[in-house]
Each structure stands twice: as C-alpha cells, then as structure tokens.
Write a protein that binds this ligand. Sequence first.
Ligand code: NAD
Length: 353
Amino acid sequence: MIDLFTFDSTIPRIVFGVGSLSKVSEELGRLGRSRALVLSTPHQENDARALATALGPRAVGAFSGAVMHTPVDVTAAALARFNGSGADCIVSLGGGSTIGLGKAIALRNNAPQLVVATTYAGSEVTPILGQTENGIKTTIRTSSVLPKTVIYDPELTFGLPVPMSVTSGLNAMAHAIEGLYAQDRNPIASLMGMEGLAALRRALPTIVRSPRDPLARADALYGSGLCGVVLGAVGMSLHHKLCHTLGGTFDLPHAETHAILLPHTVSYTEQAVPELLAPVARLFGSPRASTGLHDFTLSIGAPMRLRDLGVTADDLDRATALALSNPYWSPRPLEAGGIRSLLQNAWEGVRPS
Ligand code: NAD
C-alpha cells in the first residue's frame, strides 16, 4: 500500500542521445541566451574550446580552470571572466567539478546554466553546491543553482577512462541506494533510483570490457541521471556523510571513496532496514544488498581498500570519532563500535559479513 508521501523536485529540461552535443546552440536559443561562457577543467580544455568555436557568435569563449571541490578563488576568476566578456549564460562541459563552478557562478549572478554532462556524478540535476573556502567545504541547497538544461551525449563519454567510469558509476549508485532508506524517501524517488541502479548494473560490466559500446554508455548516462535526481530529491545519510567527512579530512578522491565505502555503509544500514534494501539484493542476485554490491564492485575492478588511498590503520579511530562528531539522521543509529568495524572492513577491503 502506498503511504502518505511528498515528492518535491524540479528536474532540468533533458536532451538525451548520441549527437545531442550539436543541440547546444538550439537549446541556448530556447533559453533566450546568445553569449555563452563555456566552462571546463584544464583536462577538457580542447573540448571546451571546440564547443565555443562551434557555437560561433553564441559563445564568448572558454574558461578552463575548473577544479575539484569548487574553491572560491577559482569562482572569483571565472566570474571576472564572465563579466569581462559580456556573457549572458553558462555552458558547463564536464563532470561534477565543472558543473560545480557553473553553479557557483549562477549562485552569484543568476546566470542560466546549460550542462553537457560527461561523468556519472549526477550534479547536473541537483540544486546542491559544495564550495571550498580556506580548506573548508560547505554545501548549500538552493533552486538558484539548478541548471536549466542538461544535454547527455553518450559519445562524449566514450573516452571516460574505465577506472573513472567504474568509480563514477558507483558514486551514482550510492545516490540511489541512500534514497531507498532516506528519511523523506518516497515511491517516486525510489522508482527512479531502482531504474537508475538497474541501468548502471547492466552498463558498467560492458563498459569495462568495451569502453566505446554506445548502448552501455547510453545506459550509464541514463542511469546516472536518474540517480542524480534522487540525490537532489531526498536527504542522504551515513554513506554520503562519511564520504564527505573522510574525503575532507584525509584529502581522498571523491568517486573512489564512494566506491570503496558503499558495500560497507550499506552493510551497516542494512541490519536495521533489510526490507528497504531487498530490491538491491535482488538486483545483484545476492541474499543481501551489501554482499551483492561487494561482489559487483570486485567484478568490475573497482578500488576496494581505503588503505590504498593512503589512509593508515592509525587514522581509523580518528575517522570514527569524526563520523560521530556531527550527528545526523540514519535508519540505524550511529554507534562507535559499528562505525569502527565498518571502517576497518573498508580499510581491508573484506567482504561484508
Ligand atoms: P570531475 O568533474 O572532477 O572529473 C574528473 C576528471 O575527469 C577531470 O579532469 C575531468 O576533466 C575529466 N573528465 C570528465 N569527463 C570526462 C570524459 N568524458 N572523458 C575524459 N575525461 C573526463 O569528477 P566528478 O566525479 O564528476 O565530480 C566530482 C566533484 O563533483 C566533487 O567535487 C563532488 O563533490 C562534486 N559533486 C557534486 C554533486 C552535487 O550535486 N553538487 C554531485 C556529485 C558530485
């Protein structure tokens, strides 16, 4: 029986399909904008310049200084470029780092954003922005940073390296899984989450074997977009908070940290709400979601051990204390012994038991 629920989410206009990069100009016209500043990381600078050239008079140029965690000094430099060039909108070409920069500009000047998403992080469909100032990352949620239009062109992900495809895909799966047991979970978000998980579960093993498979790349982008909507629509808990805390304190890479911790945070939570995670167990053909996820991540060559990211055995007590220092809602109350053993298992990369 469907119980009382609220679903409160706005989704950007989505244009999906191989070749849809060619629609950027038309989509800018639809937004009533004609002078785009194209953003990217240094790594995708050539693609950003090529897009700006292809847009002709609809682009004022490219700014390719986006970096991880959206430091405010990079935002200030991009904003100066935006103002100096007479731009009237943003085109973000890339993953979460580039999209974060576009959102940070929009937060300050309300410029409409069109995103061409090239990873599976999901930021393109969320009203969430994380920014870093003086080494401290803060997250805000406001509709003013939600992009207006998202273009998903699977062809742009053919060159996303396999290790990054795997960890980014698991990052997306984490959004959907935490949505299933969120305090404000609801049947619409769960439906999108399970559809997203199934698409990524199909796609990732194929991408590992054949990175340029167009169907698998399309499935993965479709799935990650759905998982991103879940991230924007309901509250996250232990898994995301732990990744955020450990990532910030020990300077860990974002997607890899998600990939390593996921089976273990799910194992911790599953003990309290096995019924909410039963669809995930079924999807992975395992008696439990956590063991199914562990076996899946191992089979697609994901990183498995926190120790491989430079976390030492001595760090685990401190990490436990940090995880408990800032309490938040979790379907299984946070307790030191359980969190410590979760971290030990993730550090060693053992199968959750
Ligand atoms: P990223 O954007 O940092 O990209 C990693 C690297 O891969 C970059 O050098 C990028 O240029 C390159 N790259 C991206 N797409 C590529 C492609 N198709 N082919 C080749 N190279 C490509 O990585 P990410 O994991 O997408 O984003 C991580 C950041 O996003 C973190 O700061 C995280 O906090 C943030 N994030 C925010 C949200 C949100 O809703 N606000 C959601 C998820 C992640």
